[in-house]
Structures are given as structure tokens and as C-alpha cells.
Design a protein around this ligand. Structure first.
Ligand SMILES: [Zn+2]
Length: 157
């Protein structure tokens, strides 16, 4: 008989750390990239315990697509909360290769997908920056390699 996991208490052995890092990442919900996003934030940018805003398409909605204006308002409000209450100083936007949000929600062809994502992330950086002049906003593009590693390329702003 299988264990009823809904009734068991699980205790994480990862110790809780009260310190806030004053940074957030906005990236796509795609769970296949989740571990790599964490690895990048922790070990490349040295931002452990960063606040996460994981939404389909990541910061795509912040790039002034008319069809996404409601999502843009929602994400802006969520980021504003984190800026005000968690004292954000640094916001990292991460787009990823072959994002299904672009092909399915924005109907972008695979040929134009990456250039659209790069244009969008620049616009999204501007919009996030408008939430706080003190914010340091950076952007990266995550690309899967043939050996299944994932590389994070800085996107020039
Ligand atoms: Zn995606």
C-alpha cells in the first residue's frame, strides 16, 4: 500500500536564514529551468534566498504587449510590494530559450522568438526600472546546451 503523503509531516533539513538578500528574480514558471535558475542566482550572482516571481513568460508581460496589460499591472504591483516591504535593491530578469509563452500566448514564430524575447527584456528592464530609480535591474538569457547544461548570457541593456 502506498504511503499517504498528504498526512505525513515533512521536515526540511535546510536551515532557515532570517536575512533578506534584497534581490528578486522574475523568470518563467517552466520548472525544467528551476534548478538552473536557482544555481545561477546563488552561485553566479551570489544572491541566495532571493525573492522569486515565477510567472509564465517571465517578464514578457512587462514589455508593453497590449494583450498582456493586465498581467503587467499585476506584476508591477507584486514587484512594488517586494520593493516596499522586502527592500529590493536588485531585480534580475531571466528569459529562456524556446519559451512556450511566446509561441502559444503571443503567437511568435520560432524564427523570431529569441529576437522578440531580447527586445522584450530590454523594454521590461525599463518598466521595472520605473518602479524605483534606486533599483539595479539586470537581464539574462538562459540557453540549453547540447550536453543539457544551461548557460546564462547577459543581455545588454
Ligand atoms: Zn517559458
Amino acid at each position: 500500500m502506498s504511503k499517504d503523503l498528504t498526512r505525513d509531516v515533512f521536515e526540511s533539513q535546510v536551515p532557515f536564514d532570517h536575512g533578506r538578500i534584497h534581490a528578486a528574480a522574475v523568470y518563467c514558471s517552466d520548472g525544467r529551468f528551476g534548478e538552473q535558475f536557482d544555481d545561477f542566482m546563488r552561485h553566479s550572482l551570489n544572491l541566495p534566498r532571493y525573492d522569486r516571481l515565477a510567472i509564465p513568460g517571465g517578464a514578457a508581460c512587462m514589455a508593453r504587449h497590449f494583450s498582456l496589460y493586465r498581467e503587467a499591472d499585476t506584476v508591477s504591483a507584486q514587484l512594488q510590494f517586494l520593493i516596499d516591504v522586502h527592500g529590493l535593491q536588485h531585480v534580475v530578469l531571466i528569459a529562456h530559450q524556446n519559451c512556450a509563452f511566446y509561441s502559444h500566448r503571443l503567437n511568435i514564430s520560432s524564427l523570431q522568438l529569441e529576437s522578440q524575447q531580447r527586445d522584450d527584456i530590454s523594454r521590461a528592464v525599463e518598466r521595472v526600472q520605473s518602479l524605483g530609480t534606486h533599483l539595479q535591474v539586470t537581464a539574462f538569457f538562459a540557453r540549453k546546451q547540447r550536453d543539457n547544461t544551461v548557460q546564462f548570457e547577459p543581455v545588454p541593456i
